[in-house]
Design a protein around this ligand. Structure first.
Ligand code: PXP
Length: 236
């Protein structure tokens, strides 16, 4: 199972000051040097974290693959066709949300999704659909021409350690099996952390996990001691 690292929150921190630090390119480089097999960024319609120029810069610098998360927006579709990331992952987007809430409703709009992804597929970009672990959504995704789905692990993650964990986990397992039987490759992500990630190994055939928040959060603390002592030494 491969690890895609989502570096959006490095950009969140950078944007808090409006400067260039911390650099998303440097974050991607460190992630790649330490085993990330792809770098994920979400170019949101509100450009809350990742900006257009980050995407153009990353595509030139990455040694692995760029996975661009995006909503069904025409201007972002154009950027994707121009940048040609290795893959895109289609996600739903709401202006007020703190992070992606729920999977994309593919079942309710198979034709629209199929039409939207066609130019991306024609441009040679791999297409993944971020969906809830739901039978109807998996079956609908298989009708669109997308090669991948990414199963939304958010509910499983929230329920981890509680009574509902097993039921939520079984939904992921069943959805992954169904998707593979329909010829789809399967990624998973959202809310995965150092406690709950191990159960992903119980799901046969998962290709890649996309993980962001828990990795960037941990990095703050694993790096803080060095950062403080270095500054302390400089001002001594
Ligand atoms: N996969 C998708 C489609 C997402 O939207 C996100 C969050 O941007 C992630 C994975 C990563 O989620 P987290 O930051 O909770 O690890």
């Amino acid at each position: 199972m491969l690890l895609g690292v989502n570096i959006d929150h490095v950009a969140t921190l950078r944007n808090a000051r409006g400067g260039v630090e911390p650099s998303v390119e440097k974050a991607a480089e460190i992630a790649e040097e330490n085993g990330a097999t792809s770098i994920t960024t979400h170019l949101r319609e509100d450009r809350r974290h990742i900006k257009d120029e980050d995407v153009y810069s990353l595509i030139d610098k990455l040694k692995t693959r760029l996975n661009l998360e995006m909503a069904m927006a025409d201007d972002i579709q154009q950027i994707a066709i121009d940048v040609k990331p290795y893959s895109i992952c289609l996600v739903p987007e709401k202006r007020q949300e703190v992070t992606t809430e729920g999977g994309l409703d593919v079942a309710g709009q198979v034709e629209r999704v199929s039409e939207f992804i066609k130019p991306l597929l024609d441009a040679g970009i791999i297409v993944s659909l971020f969906i809830d672990p739901d039978e109807e959504q998996v079956k609908a995704s298989a009708q669109t021409g997308a090669q991948f789905i990414e199963l939304h692990t958010g509910t499983y993650s929230e329920c981890f350690g509680y009574e509902e964990e097993e039921a939520e986990f079984q939904k992921l397992k069943k959805a992954a099996e169904l998707a593979q039987s329909l010829g789809l490759k399967v990624n998973a992500g959202h809310g995965l952390n150092y406690e709950n990630v191990h159960r992903m190994h119980e799901i046969d055939g998962l290709y890649e996990l996309n993980i962001g928040h828990s990795i960037i959060s941990r990095a703050v603390f694993t790096g803080l001691a060095e950062a403080v002592s270095k500054m302390r030494n400089l001002i001594k």
